[in-house]
Design a protein around this ligand. Sequence first.
Ligand SMILES: [Fe+2]
Length: 350
Amino acid sequence: MEKKSSILVVDDKVGPREALRMILKNKYEVVTTEDGDSALEYIGKKEFYVAIIDIKMAGMDGLQLLKRIKEKKPDIEVILMTAYASVDTAKKALRYGALDYLIKPFDHRDVTEIVGKGVAKRMEQLKTRLEIERLYMATSELSKKVDDARRNIENHYASTVKALLATIDAKDQYTRGHSERVARFSAFLAEKTGFQHDKILSLEQAALIHDIGKIGVEGYILKKQGSLDTMEFDEIKKHPQIGAKIITSVDFLQEMKPIILCHHERFDGSGFPDGIRGSAIPLSARLVAVADAVDAMLCDRPYRPALALEHVKEELTLKAGKQFDPDVVSVVLSSGLLECYSGIFDYQNI
Ligand SMILES: [Fe+2]
């Protein structure tokens, strides 16, 4: 059997209380009480759909009780009863949040109609609340799934980058350590240049594998101790394009492409592979180009010893606007990044 909706009747006179019980008892569960305090006690313990309250009661009157009920359980629909129908009373009742009012003596049809309206409204509210709760649960579930998927992608992404990095390291000893240092310096530089946190992280990951294309360059060229001849240098110059090709089939690595492809472009257009210049070179690639050169200058190479910090600064100044973006060089020289960077990495023992 379907559970009946509960109605609370509050009147200090037994006559109206029982009259309402008789009218409503077949359709609803009717609870009656004689004053405001006991009414509030009932409301605290039981879920009522509608409360019917007499306005004129000893102690707490109907309007006061209406206010208290709305503070405690705002969803309960309240109907006020009065023996003296007046526009003022009606206005007051409605202003305090009552649904409607009944005039004593009751008209049977008025009572069933107004109470029916209150119960229907309350049921509608409950349905809406249930729907909101269901939607909230579904949204929480969905956002948990999105979080899990994102974490999965991030793990996948990090392990792919790690695997690619290990592949270059195995082939070219110079890139071992170099890639990590370039990535760190690029991230410092991106931070000083005003990149947002997520962009800094993706730039750092891209800088880690900026030389991935060296996988496709003959090992003897990468390992050669002396200077390279023209043909060998032409081979080396292919690594940005080879790198871009390697990541082409991996969707989530696509945002790394500008760095991999353009990290040897020069600000004045004399770089490779495309000879693009100035702002046509993506800013992230201009940052990595400076980081790449700084790290190379600070390291011993087969053809020259490591440069002192002052010498690196002179080189950067000399090549600002030519090889390097002058704004990026200016950030490096004015931010103390070089000192900080060379302090972090032990260049003497590389
Ligand atoms: Fe490179």
